[in-house]
Design a protein around this ligand. Sequence first.
Ligand code: FES
Length: 81
Amino acid sequence: MVTINVCVGSACHLKGSYKIIEKFEKLIKDYNVEDKVELKGSFCLGHCVEAVSTEIYGEIFSINEDNIEMFFKEKVLGGRK
Ligand code: FES
């Protein structure tokens, strides 16, 4: 099981955390990995400038609607490097 933490702190919230969470939910369904991927909201991850901050395997990434699918395929489905 891998956990994706999406920041819902104020800076990230303003930049669309909830849209990103919805997109992740859809990707998890589309790729049929509900039993492998867990999605959580998190408090400020300390990278507000990079909103929407998303943490996986201890690394923080800046996720938007353009890079979310690539991120999902590479980092989530691709697993830990
Ligand atoms: S509010 Fe998201 S990293 Fe600070």
